[in-house]
Ligand binder design. Sequence first.
Ligand code: ASP
Length: 400
Amino acid sequence: MFPLILLSIALGIILGAAYPEQMIAIGWIGQLFINLLKLIVLPLIFSALVGAITSMGGLKRLSSVGIYTLGYVLLSVSIAVMIGLVLLNVFKPGIGIPPSLILANATPTDLKPMPLSAYLLTLFPPNIVSAAAKYEIMPIVFFSIVFSIACLSVGKTANPVIDFFVGLRDVLIKMITWLMYLTPIGLFSLLGTAVAQAEIEHLLLKSLGSMLLFITIFLFGLTLQIAWQLALITLVAGKNPIKFMKSASNALITAFATSSSMATLPVTLLVAKEQNINEDVARFVLPLATTINLAGTAMYEAVSALFFCQILGFDLSIPAQIGVFLTAILAGMGATGIPEGGLITMVMVLRSVSVPVSAIGLLLPFDRILDRFRTMTNVCGDLACSVMVDYAQKKLKARR
Ligand code: ASP
């Protein structure tokens, strides 16, 4: 399958550049592929979490897996933001870019940040089905965790409910394995359309010069983020990094093509199975990590905020940078794994340093491509998280 996938990607890129209009005309095929992934992902998150939590063997193990996952997520998102801040402070890519590029677009109708109370209300919506319909993933994750804990505490009479969701999960996983046969054609269309669009809009060349340093620094930062996690799973968990990347490649390519870590989740779960990660651990950790472990996104928010400050000539003090550090962590963890999901929470980070939100406009021409790379980084981080949590759990078990 892998050579076929590579072939379809190469063909997509070549044909996208050579026949952009024709490729855009068949763009619906890629959309269909994304729709099929998204069709499965919400019931899968729910049933995988219920199945995993109820078979964990008690609240003690559940809380231990939960704490390890949260610990890893906090560590990885903080390191990502730190890498971004250090790189921006060293290379200062924004200096020399005229501030008018940002200020010209500033309008009084800038987006308003969401107050905390409104955010909390979105986490606990009155109607879980309508939240699901809007792809609000965080409420679904919360609901599934509480639902599963309730099933555990009800005991025997909840068994049919649990059996139903475990059965549903297995059926959905079967559907994903079928869907994977469509991957080459889906990727062909998605990447071909992306290249075709860039070709038609001439985005690849337009104003690339001044942004090039920023883009290079950001991509370098993402590479460092993947590299330290690979080193961690190699040195601590004893994984072979080449084998890991090889089996992760399916999920990474899907992440690149769909720009959505959430839509990639079904594939990420299949990769975890190939990696021999305990299934219950993977089915708990991966949906949760997909929701909160958006380290690539958090790095993007931090570097963009600093980049804009450099353009505007704001000299950020250490406390102000600590503010960016903290808000970028929150923004990364609160962002949704959908295409350009990070742009929404970026508002919060920009506000913290008084940069007009319209500055985001400067990034928009490049965002679609940068989004693909940060989604890949997010998905790679989710897999690394599941490897480390699984490793820690196995260690704990061996010690007992
Ligand atoms: N597209 C990213 C993801 O799905 C989120 C973002 O950075 O915009 O992980």
